[in-house]
Design a protein around this ligand. Structure first.
Ligand code: AMP
Length: 498
């Protein structure tokens, strides 16, 4: 091994050990990706006008992929970070020929009506999409016009395609520096989004790179060096690359902040703000959040320019295709109840959600002990274990996934017929996200929550959030220690005796 290689390795192991100790000090490994960004207070605030950028995007948005490159040249306001992207000097892949517009207009007319080019439309057709989902119908035209948007869409509604299709269409050819940056709260969501970008750019020469923690930086550095048009990243690892100058954000034109409320929950706010401040001011920003608490609203106010809102009304309600109810049960009987439920249903794949990592491990063992094929996913597992758990589950090697809330957001696992909540989630939004793992893309699904009396407060909060009462049911044939309460007593004010 030569001297430089050794130096590189030492550097890598220093970073790795720093990351390890960071991980140990935080409550979850996802959280560990958030660096101590409080020291990195950026001074700049977002100024400047996007209007020119937007009119450029609008004029290019509806044309086919053969349109000329270099729309940045139209922006006459330049900051020192605003470097014009150069044509890619890497060997470019030879994409397959797209279908003709004539065919595409016949087969997927609603998508063709957006004005997307053949290359993107051909990829949509390959995915088997026939008609756009509501969030796609609402967001794609606005994004193609160059608007900033705030999207609140339930998970499983086709949100990823809503932002990736127009972006890919507007990118045209490959260039040397990343022009798209997508920030995701979890590694799993990031990897899923990167895969979607890769699939939708199958007919173009664009390259996507996934920048996530928990794996070696070497490969990511290599990929970035070779040139990437699209970067999908978790915040902590992206900042590691920014500090080591292995990535430049100077050409970023499209910034997507996905599941922003989740990034807040996970303590990424400072990291996310730090990254946004280091992106060029002239950019289009797309902001997706299931809920809009004040802190998220404040971030959107300074990060976005005259945003249009899409999909507000459905943020906090479960999809209509999901039947969801609770089984009231003593907490000490919950393990037995899971087995009893499993015995009584037929399923292709099912997810059991737990509040804690320890519960996930224990229930995983309990189910494996009952001869079920189980994968366990939580943030204390190594990245390799997390990847294996997901891939085994997706491939059907296992048909039960026991997971903490790391899997409740954004993950697209098809054919999940059932979700079982081992406990009532503490954060009400997590309920909507957890049960949203089933009933995806208009399939039917069932979500069952095991509810013990200590969790009454959590259940009430969820019912307030979704604005409806969740039905209490009794599991027939189960040997209850105590008869379950299906209708709470309505407390009436006592009459005073005069
Ligand atoms: P997402 O909300 O982006 O995670 O997408 C959820 C699932 O819906 C994914 O499996 C997508 O491939 C699928 N999907 C997205 N858009 C459409 C569409 N227009 N028609 C059918 N399926 C779609």
């Amino acid at each position: 091994m030569n001297f430089f290689k050794k130096l590189l390795n030492i550097g890598e192991s220093l970073i790795a050990s720093r990351n390890r100790s960071k991980r140990a000090s935080k409550t979850s490994s996802a959280r560990s990706e958030a660096d101590s960004s409080k020291r990195r207070r950026a001074k700049s605030s977002r100024k400047g006008s996007l209007s020119e950028n937007k009119s450029a995007a609008a004029s290019n948005g509806s044309s086919a992929n053969s349109a000329p490159r270099g729309r940045r040249a139209k922006n006459n306001v330049r900051s020192d970070t605003d470097v014009r992207a150069k044509k890619a000097d890497r060997p470019l892949k030879a994409p397959p020929e797209p279908a003709s517009m004539e065919i595409l207009k016949t087969e997927i007319p609603d998508f063709a009506d957006f004005g997307l080019g053949e290359r993107v439309l051909s990829a949509v057709r390959d995915m088997g999409y026939k008609t756009p989902t509501p969030i796609q119908s609402a967001a794609i035209p606005l994004i193609l016009k160059g608007m900033d948007i705030i999207g609140t869409a339930q998970t499983g509604t086709g949100k990823t395609a809503a932002f990736s299709l127009p972006i890919i269409d507007m990118l045209k050819g490959a260039e040397s520096k990343p022009r798209v940056l997508v920030l995701s709260p979890t590694r799993e969501l990031a990897s899923q989004t990167a895969a979607a970008f890769a699939a939708f750019s199958k007919y173009s020469q664009l390259e996507s790179v996934l920048i996530q923690g928990g794996v070696s930086m070497d490969r990511q550095v290599d990929q970035l060096r070779r040139g990437a048009d699209i970067v999908v990243a978790t915040p902590g690892r992206l900042i590691d690359h920014m500090r080591q100058k292995t990535i430049s954000l100077s050409a970023v034109k499209y910034l997507v902040l996905d599941e922003v409320d989740r990034m807040f929950d996970m303590g990424f706010i400072d990291d996310v703000s730090y990254i946004i401040r280091r992106c060029p001011k002239q950019r289009q920003t797309l902001f997706f959040s299931a809920t809009m608490p004040d802190a998220v609203l404040r971030l959107s106010n300074w990060a976005l320019k005259d945003p249009e809102r899409v999909g507000m009304s459905i943020a906090c309600s479960p999809a209509e295709t999901i039947e969801h109810f609770v089984y009231p049960v003593d907490s000490i009987q919950k393990y037995d109840m899971i087995i009893e439920i499993l015995k009584g249903i037929e399923f292709e794949s099912l997810i059991v959600f737990t509040r804690t990592r320890m519960d996930a491990d224990r229930i995983g063992e309990w189910l494996a002990g009952h001869a079920y094929k189980v994968s366990v996913l939580h943030s204390d597992r190594t990245q390799r274990e997390r990847d294996k758990a997901l891939s085994d589950f997706k491939k059907g090697k296992t048909n039960i996934l026991v997971a903490t809330d790391i899997a409740s957001r954004g993950l697209d696992i098809s054919n999940v017929g059932y979700v079982i909540n081992y406990n009532v989630p503490e954060h009400s939004e997590d309920y909507v996200h957890r049960i949203g793992r089933t009933g995806r893309a208009n399939r039917e699904g069932k979500a069952i929550t095991l509810f013990s009396s200590e969790e009454t407060e959590f259940l009430k909060r969820i019912e307030t959030l979704i604005n409806s009462r969740i039905e209490r049911k009794k599991l027939e044939g189960f040997a209850y220690r105590n008869e379950p309460v299906l209708e709470e007593e309505i407390k009436r004010p006592r009459r005073r005796n005069k």
